[in-house]
Structure formats: C-alpha cells, structure tokens
Design a protein around this ligand. Structure first.
Ligand SMILES: Nc1ncnc2c1ncn2[C@@H]1O[C@H](COP(=O)(O)OP(=O)(O)O)[C@@H](O)[C@H]1O
Ligand SMILES: [Mg+2]
Length: 251
C-alpha cells in the first residue's frame, strides 16, 4: 500500500489552545477517508496544516514521500495537493470556463500566456469544457461566476481542485450552507470523483460520511481519538460517547 500523504507528530498551537495534538496520520493512494469529530475538534486546522495554509508548531508533513513541511500552499498544489477553496477565492467576474483555464495554465506553468493570442490554447479550453461536463456544469459554463447559485459555486471549487490533477484532494464540508435541493448534485459529484485521487472529506452529515468513507478518523480536542472502518467507528462505544447529545452515528 503506497502512502501518498503522511503527518508525523503534527502539532498546532494557537496561544494556549492546542488545535492539533501530536497527530500521526497516513493516507493511502486512492483513499476514501472521512474526518469527523465535534465542532472545534481541530478538523479544519488539520486540513489547513496539510495543505500549507497554516504552519505547524512542530511535526512533519510528507507528500508522496517528500517532506513538504516548509513548502507554501502553492508549491504543495504543484506537487499534487489540492483542496476546495472558500467561495470568495473564486473570481466573480470570470466564467467557469475562464476560471478553469486559469487553473490549467497555472498547472502547466503557462501563466497568462494563454491569454495573449485569445483561444490559442484550445487544449486548455477543451479540458475546461470537458471537466465542466464531467461535473454536470455544462449549462453554466459561460455565465459569470458571481451569478451562479451557491451550490454551483461549490461544485466549481471542486472542478478547480480537480483541474490541478491532484494526488490528494481535501474537501472541507463541501456541501455546507448549500440548500437542500442542490445538495444531491454535490454528493453525487463527491461519490464519483476519480479513484486515482486520494480523498479526505470533512463532513457533519453522517449519512454522507458512511456512504462515502472506506476509513474514518475521529478527532477530539485536537487529537486522533479513534481510526477504523465505518463499521468499527459506528460500533465503537467511545465514539458514541463523544457524539452524545449530537446526531447519533449510524450506518
Ligand atoms: N486562527 C485561529 N486562531 C485561534 N484559534 C483558532 C484558530 N483556528 C482555530 N482555532 C481554534 O482551534 C480549535 C480547532 O478549530 P477548528 O480546526 O476550526 O475545528 P473544527 O474544524 O473541527 O470545527 C478551536 O478551539 C478553535 O477555536
Ligand atoms: Mg471546521
């Protein structure tokens, strides 16, 4: 089993708070891994450390066997680590096709070169159009991003992440805040993501978690509390204890 992403004794402190507490973690190629835990458990902080948004207090992060702990988020992205971005990081005035072409140009180190002879890089256009089709977004390909429904914007974030051709994709609550009638399309897209990409999904909806995951980590107070298969997690009395008073874990 090839490990594509690894954390060793990872620690993040914010003043007196230990948001990430000596986490050891290994993600195999093509994983379908869910990260769950109560609010404030440290899930987002952990993903921010992995993707390079935050610098750890101590510990190491390895991507495809390389120590990337000191690397910027951009450099990690080039090396195969993608995550969904917050909505406000999409450009409202671009179209989805233009947004994806920017990402593809960035991936290919083409910078703005594609822009000069407009449409010269028809291969970039074709790839962007195909990616949108794969995600069921063809009908909105040429609208302004700022005019899209919220659920479509979240799907576009996933498309942007995929356009980086990542080895690892980190999805922090991809359906959060999305109205009920748009959720299903997001869940379908997440379920159909290419098996070559290792996925970490942070999600509160336990139906989705148990539908998606082949392995689950439970974070509590910044530490890795339990890891296991969905069956093991669902039947672990310690996990039930943690979720007491919240939605009960069930398969
Ligand atoms: N930038 C920050 N500054 C100070 N404390 C933070 C910051 N980000 C997160 N925290 C704290 O770290 C802990 C973990 O937060 P977070 O990673 O957002 O948890 P989760 O995503 O599991 O809800 C919480 O106690 C939170 O208040
Ligand atoms: Mg969070």
């Amino acid at each position: 089993m090839t490990i594509v992403l690894e954390a060793r004794q990872l620690v993040k402190k914010f003043g007196g708070i230990t948001a990430t507490d000596h986490i050891d973690f290994r993600l195999p190629e093509g994983a379908r891994h869910a990260l769950i835990g109560p609010n404030g458990a440290g899930k987002t902080t952990f993903v921010n450390l992995l993707s390079g948004v935050l610098v750890p207090t101590s510990g190491e992060i390895l991507l495809a066997g390389k120590d990337v702990t000191g690397w910027s988020a951009r450099r990690r992205a080039h090396a195969g680590m993608a995550r969904t971005f917050q909505i406000n990081q999409l450009f409202a005035d671009l179209t989805p096709v233009e947004t994806l072409m920017l990402t593809i140009a960035e991936r290919e180190n083409a910078g703005w070169a594609w822009f000069r002879p407009v449409g010269a890089r028809t291969d970039f256009v074709d790839e962007a159009v195909q990616l949108l089709a794969d995600l069921g977004l063809s009908d909105i390909a040429h609208l302004r991003v700022g005019e899209l429904a919220y659920g479509k914007q979240r799907l576009l974030e996933i498309a942007v992440a995929l356009a980086q051709k990542p080895k690892v994709l980190l999805l922090d609550e991809p359906a959060a805040g999305v109205p009920e009638h748009e959720r299903e399309q997001i869940l379908d897209v997440v379920a159909a993501l290419p098996s070559s990409v290792a996925l970490i999904l942070i999600e509160h909806d336990m139906h989705l978690v148990f539908r998606f995951a082949k392995s689950i980590s439970v974070l509590v107070n910044g530490g890795l509390f339990v890891e296991g298969t969905p069956d093991e997690i669902a039947n672990d009395p310690r996990v039930r204890q943690v979720y007491l008073g919240e939605e009960v874990v069930h398969v």
